[in-house]
Design a protein around this ligand. Structure first.
Ligand SMILES: [Ca+2]
Length: 99
């Protein structure tokens, strides 16, 4: 298989990240609240430094989790897209947007 493009690679990376955290309990296709918490802690280290760590973590937990319900891949992707849009605006303000 040829080397994936940047976007194809990013898509495969997102699938891999979801599968990595969703697969730690018996329900391999969804994220439990505990799995969301681990994902937030491990995958958002720079976002957590943008403000009070506990407040940012609580905001990310609220956004990424669905209360006590399991989070499926579609919900995960929607929230990652939302955070990416927010992140782009923040990085543009900081003049640190990747090229
Ligand atoms: Ca799971």
């Amino acid at each position: 298989m040829e080397q994936p493009s940047a976007l194809e690679g990013a898509m495969m990376l997102l699938m891999g990240v979801f599968n990595k955290y969703a697969g730690t309990d018996e329900r391999k296709d969804t994220l439990s609240k505990a799995e969301v918490k681990t994902l937030v802690e491990k995958e958002f280290p720079h976002f957590l430094q943008l403000g009070d760590k506990k407040e940012v973590e609580a905001m990310l937990m609220e956004l990424m989790s669905q209360g006590d319900q399991e989070v499926d891949f579609c919900q995960f992707m929607c929230q990652v897209a939302t955070l990416t849009i927010i992140g782009k605006a923040i990085f543009e303000q900081l003049e640190a947007c990747p090229q």
